[in-house]
Write a protein of this length. Structure first.
Length: 226
C-alpha cells in the first residue's frame, strides 16, 4: 500500500530498499527463536506422493494466483488513469485482506463444510479478478481486490491441514511440498502476467486468465475431496 506512492517520490529503487529493510527486521526474531521441535520424519520420498498434488493445485489457485494479481494490480489500475496511491491501496488490499482472513479459515479448518469453503473461495477469487479485468470504475476494482483477498485467505489453513493429515509421518515436508505449488505459480505467473500487458486490453487478459484458472481449480478440489 505504501510502496506505490513512495516510488513516485523516491524512485524505482524504493520497493527493493523497503523489502531489504523489512527482511533485516524480520531476521532479528527469527535468529532469536530457539528450541524449535522436530515435527515428523519422512520414511519415503514425499515428491512421489500423488495425494498431495491436488492439494498443491488448490494452493496454487488460491495463494499463488492472488499474489500474481497483487503484483500487477498497480500498473493495471494506473493504466486506467487511477493515481498511484489509490492503485497501491487496491493492490495492497488484495494481499492484506488475505492475511486478515487466514485465522478465520483456521477456525473453520475442521468444520465438515471445509470443502464448500474452498469452493466459495475459488469462486470469490474468480469474481474478484474478473471485476479487476473489466476496467470498470475504481469502486468496482476496489471491491474486486477485497473479494479476491478475503477469498484467498480463507482456505489457507484448510489446505495445509489437509496436507498434514495426508502425511502425518511428515507434516512439515507435506506442507512445504504443497506450498511449492503456490510459489511456482508466482514465479511463472508473474512474468507471464507482465507479458499480457503488451496485448490489447492494458493487462485485462492477465486478470481474466486468473479468473478462469481459479474457476477451473474446482476440478482438483473434487479430486481432493478425501
Amino acid at each position: 500500500m505504501i510502496v506505490a506512492p513512495l516510488t513516485d517520490a523516491e524512485g524505482w529503487r524504493t520497493p527493493y530498499l523497503t523489502a531489504a529493510a523489512l527482511a533485516l527486521a524480520a531476521a532479528i526474531p527469527t535468529i532469536a527463536a530457539g528450541g524449535l521441535p522436530r515435527v515428523g520424519h519422512a520414511p519415503t520420498w514425499i515428491l512421489r506422493d500423488r495425494s498431495l498434488v491436488a492439494i498443491g493445485l488448490l494452493q496454487a489457485a488460491t495463494f499463488g494466483l492472488v499474489v500474481v494479481a497483487g503484483n500487477w494490480a498497480v500498473p493495471l489500475l494506473e493504466r486506467q488513469e487511477i493515481g498511484s496511491a489509490a492503485a497501491g491501496m487496491a493492490a495492497g488490499l488484495i494481499l492484506f485482506a488475505g492475511v486478515v482472513t487466514r485465522p478465520l479459515g483456521g477456525v473453520l479448518a475442521f468444520d465438515e463444510r471445509r470443502r464448500s469453503l474452498i469452493a466459495l473461495a475459488l469462486l470469490g477469487i474468480a469474481v474478484g479478478a474478473a471485476a479487476l479485468a473489466v476496467h470498470g470504475p475504481y469502486a468496482l476494482s476496489l471491491a474486486g481486490a477485497f473479494l479476491a483477498g478475503i477469498s484467498a485467505g480463507l482456505p489457507f489453513a484448510v489446505i495445509f491441514a489437509a496436507a498434514q493429515r495426508a502425511r502425518p509421518d511428515a507434516p512439515a515436508a507435506a506442507a512445504a511440498f504443497v506450498n511449492a505449488f503456490g510459489v511456482l505459480t508466482i514465479l511463472v505467473g508473474t512474468p507471464l502476467a507482465g507479458l499480457a500487458f503488451e496485448l490489447p486490453g492494458e493487462g485485462s487478459v492477465a486478470f481474466a486468465a486468473i479468473a478462469v484458472l481459479a474457476a477451473v481449480a474446482l476440478v482438483p478440489l473434487r479430486a481432493a475431496r478425501r
